[in-house]
Design a binder for this molecule. Structure first.
Ligand code: SAM
Length: 289
């Protein structure tokens, strides 16, 4: 930099330990605090989320700001939500001079994100990019999708096993209720794997960066989404049982189910993992009539 100022290297373990110690910070396992120390990951995530000088990025859990700073380089504006109130003073130091970054202290699962996006980003196109706290990966992803936030994509680091489930092919053993729920709202893909050694402290498992490109319209619209998701949860909740049995124990009468299976053209002896999203949708519509 021309004025001689050197931005701190946020992937440098020596610097991280120093800044955290000066702020009296200790990692909280409970809050899923594993900070990235692999310098190649954040630039790839920032590029993958499609940030441009005109767009905005919503980050969840900035930690000490390693990804935040990379996002700020690519995007017009970055808003980062951090639950841990010990981190904003650290971020004030690590992100000094980043005028296009705003930190919001709060719980991403409790904040009104639609109102926040409208207030902070106005007309900008917005994407989500984050190294998610692993203890709440699925609740965060599902709440972002279900609330139909005006975001174009969600590029997030999750545990490798979670990535396999979220991006699984329907009909495979990895597929679960969350796979179909995600498919309803987005197109999911795994972008790259990140080894456990890329974090401080190192977690017990590897991670993966996934991207969910949000659909404008669901691939198979249904009369009542609640019914669709109730069926998916009930079916996968007892995935070894036939659908006739698993949905029966979810409160649907046998006669009603038999008629719905016939109307939807689905075999009552099929198991949840054998059904596509559109077959679940047809079943849901038959049960909504
Ligand atoms: N982005 C940083 C990085 O890549 O090094 C930190 C990622 S760390 C895996 C997850 C971050 O999410 C932590 O900073 C943690 O304090 C924060 N966090 C945990 N629960 C949260 C919640 N409910 N809302 C917002 N942030 C949360």
């Amino acid at each position: 930099m021309s004025n001689g100022y050197q931005a701190p290297r946020l992937t440098d373990i020596g610097y991280i330990r120093d800044v955290l110690e000066r702020h009296g910070f200790h990692f909280s396992k409970k809050l899923g605090q594993n900070f990235l120390i692999n310098p190649s990951v954040c630039p790839r995530m920032a590029e993958a989320c499609g940030a441009t000088p005109e767009s905005g990025v919503l980050e969840i859990g900035p930690g000490i700001g390693v990804l935040t700073r990379e996002l700020a380089r690519c995007a017009g504006k970055v808003v980062a939500i951090e639950l841990d109130d010990r981190l904003p003073p650290v971020l004030a130091e690590t992100l000094a001079g980043q005028d296009n970054v705003e930190i919001v202290q709060g719980d991403c699962l409790k904040l009104d994100l639609a109102a926040l996006i409208a207030e902070k980003f106005g007309d900008r196109e917005v994407s989500v990019c984050a190294n998610l706290p692993y203890y709440i990966t699925s609740p965060i992803i599902m709440s972002l999708l279900e609330s139909r936030l005006p975001v174009t994509s969600i590029t997030v680091m999750v545990q490798k096993e979670a990535a396999q489930r979220l991006c699984a092919q329907v009909g495979t053993r990895e597929a679960g209720a969350v796979t179909l729920a995600v498919q309803y709202y987005a197109e999911a893909e795994t972008l790259f794997i990140v080894s456990r050694g890329s974090f401080l402290p190192a977690p017990n498992v590897d991670s993966a960066v996934i991207r969910l490109t949000v659909r404008r319209q669901p691939p198979c619209p249904v009369r009542d989404e609640k019914v669709l998701f109730r069926l998916i949860r009930a079916g996968f909740g007892q995935r070894r049982k036939t659908l006739l049995n698993s949905l029966g124990s979810a409160g649907y009468g046998k006669d009603m189910l038999a008629a719905a299976f016939a109307a939807a053209g689905v075999s009552p002896t099929a198991r949840a993992e054998q059904l596509t999203l559109s077959q679940f949708a047809a079943l849901a519509d038959a049960l909504t009539e």
